[in-house]
Write a protein that binds this ligand. Structure first.
Ligand code: HPA
Ligand code: ZN
Length: 342
């Protein structure tokens, strides 16, 4: 156990370490208890009759199994207050995990398709983020396009978001990866870039290395979400390293969605050793069994991560964020101060 007397000591170090979370779908933070409460508040009936029955259904063999249940779950979200409550609950959990900065994804098409106005979605999330800022947690909001839908649908969504661009920092690409390559969305991402938005995309979670190349060359991403399968292509790894791009890696998600067979085989250490700026994130914590610290602890235990590796992961989370450099530097200083006392 390099650098720690015990697993408990390593977990305590992780818990106290300042960190940013860069890969979090706000709808994926909807815990079954809140799903029930919102269903009741909104007069919606659920396909499950108890919290335990919901949790029992969270048994996935692949990404699509999860997505089917994720889109079903988010149907309880209707009002601005619903989105505020959802986001506040996540921010409280994140604060308890030592998260100082969050970059949150949301899936507007999962809501507008059900007749929920964009104003309710962005308004509720942004109100909770503004309140968290008062408590010292900074944030960025990233609007994702659902890749199983058409590029025309993404264009419409970008049009609908135009009144809210002061609240939205970037655009991303999520949902069913295989069969929906990044290049399908070349034009809408080019428009988003011309509007000054940051660009990220899920790539190489289930999809091949070629999808990661497309994210780089066609979408011109500022960051890659997941990126696990990039490791299958040495030239691609070299390209990501030389571009200095961050990967937002999600260990418990990878385990639950069978991207890895077990955490002992997780590529996180290999990514760091290859010079990739990997980070640790929770993706959809209500569905995958843990928030950011649980992800850190699980992967640290499985790979026996060292103190230096854990510090590197926390540093990468700020370096890979969309915060201005001066704010990144302040957070890196806080990591150094924390590590020095430990
Ligand atoms: N992958 C793709 N789409 C998603 C995910 C994910 O892990 N979570 C929510 N939407
Ligand atoms: Zn994701």
């Amino acid at each position: 156990m390099t650098g720690f007397a015990s697993r408990a000591a390593r977990a305590a170090f992780i818990a106290g370490l300042p960190k940013a979370e860069l890969h979090l779908h706000i709808e994926g933070s909807l815990e079954p208890e809140m799903m029930f409460a919102l269903a009741k508040r909104n007069g919606i009936s659920l396909a499950f009759d108890s919290v335990d029955a919901i949790r029992a259904a969270y048994d996935f063999a692949k990404l699509q199994d999860f997505l089917d249940i994720y889109y079903q779950g988010m149907a309880v979200l209707l009002t601005e207050q619903d989105f505020f409550d959802l986001t506040s609950a996540y921010l409280n959990r994140a604060a308890a995990d030592g998260v100082r900065h969050v970059e949150i994804f949301f899936d507007p098409q999962g809501h507008t398709a059900r007749g929920v106005p964009m104003a309710n979605v962005v308004g509720g999330i942004a109100r909770a983020l503004a309140e968290a800022q008062e408590r010292g947690i900074t944030s960025r909001l990233i609007m994702c396009f659902l890749r199983h839908l058409s590029e025309a649908a993404a264009e419409t969504t970008l049009d609908e978001a135009l009144p809210y661009l002061s609240l939205i920092h970037g655009v991303g690409l999520d949902s069913s990866e295989v069969g929906h390559p990044p290049a399908k969305f070349a034009r809408v991402f080019a428009r988003a870039r011309s509007l000054g938005l940051k660009i990220v995309a899920h790539a190489g979670e289930e999809g091949p290395p070629d999808y990661v190349w497309q994210a780089l060359d066609v979408l011109q991403v500022d960051r890659i979400d997941h990126g696990n399968r990039a490791l299958e292509d040495d030239a691609l790894v070299q390209r990501i390293v030389s571009d200095g791009l961050t990967l937002t890696v999600c260990p418990l998600s990878n385990l639950k969605l069978c991207v890895v067979n077990d955490l002992a085989g997780h590529p996180l250490r290999r990514m760091l050793q290859a010079g990739l700026k990997a980070t640790v994130n929770s993706d959809d914590p209500a569905y995958f069994g843990g928030y950011v610290n649980a992800n850190f602890v699980a992967v640290a235990d499985a790979l026996d991560l060292t103190r230096d590796e854990i510090i590197m992961l926390a540093r990468n989370s700020f370096i890979g964020s969309f915060l201005p450099l001066a704010e990144q530097a302040a957070h890196l200083g806080a990591i150094d101060s924390f590590a020095a006392t430990y």
